[in-house]
Design a protein around this ligand. Structure first.
Ligand code: TYD
Length: 215
């Protein structure tokens, strides 16, 4: 049995935490062994990099930000993701490289060519099998973030233009990779979003079972 790799993406305030929990439980109910990770983060070094990136007081250049994202990612891949997939488990990761295209590409304006060079280097042979993008208008997302009342991080404090560019980049990537990336309208009620997420999961999981039965 080969494992599989699912990532969940979306702008800040799209409801990732709620729906990740739903996906996790959905998989566990089907007796799938799930390794949960997040980016930036997941490993000890990755979490230290996350702290620097989200809450660091010093200004860093956009390029340094991108490189740190990929440095954290390299640790996540080598220490957690590859071993779990090799064991036949499922990896469920809160964000991955699509976030670098959306935030550092769309948001900060770094070229896709540059990001793709790092992608090739760090995980040229490894892509998520399924990516769920939770899409909401930025007004809704910003209101949710405010209502949560959490101390905001460097990305949550970004401008409307930045957030719109992030959202658009996710949509552009989904158009480019329609088999892998599924966009879900996350502005609806939790139950409605869960139902859409479940449809996507069921499709994916059924195909995966069929493929595994063949091998
Ligand atoms: P987030 O996933 O929103 O965590 P939480 O739900 O706990 O607030 O925080 C991670 C932030 O990092 C998010 O704002 C997006 C940003 N990020 C990038 O800019 N580039 C990346 O490659 C990744 C993985 C995340």
């Amino acid at each position: 049995m080969t494992g599989f790799f699912i990532t969940v993406e979306g702008g800040d305030g799209a409801g990732k935490t709620t729906h990740l929990k739903f996906i996790h439980e959905w998989l566990q109910n089907r007796k799938v062994k799930v390794l949960l990770s997040r980016e930036p983060g997941g490993t000890e070094i990755g979490e230290s990099i996350r702290e620097l990136l989200l809450h660091g007081r010093r200004r860093i250049t956009d390029e340094t930000e991108l490189l740190l994202m990929f440095a954290a990612r390299m640790e996540n891949i080598e220490q957690l993701i590859r071993p779990a997939i090799a064991r036949g488990d499922c990896v469920l990761c809160d964000r991955f490289t699509d976030a670098s295209y959306a935030y550092q590409g769309g948001g900060r304006g770094i070229s896709n060519v540059r990001i793709s060079q790092l992608e090739q280097w760090v995980h040229g042979d490894l892509q998520p099998d399924l990516t769920i993008v939770l899409d909401v208008p930025i007004e809704t997302a910003m209101k949710r973030t405010l209502d949560r009342g959490e101390a905001s991080d460097r990305f949550e404090r970004e401008s409307r233009d930045f957030k719109n560019a992030v959202r658009q980049s996710y949509i552009d990537r989904a158009e480019r990779f329609p088999d892998r990336i599924k966009v879900i309208d996350a502005s609806k009620s939790i139950e409605e979003v869960e139902s859409s997420v479940e449809t996507v999961l069921l499709d994916f999981y059924t195909d995966w079972q069929i493929d595994n039965a063949k091998t």
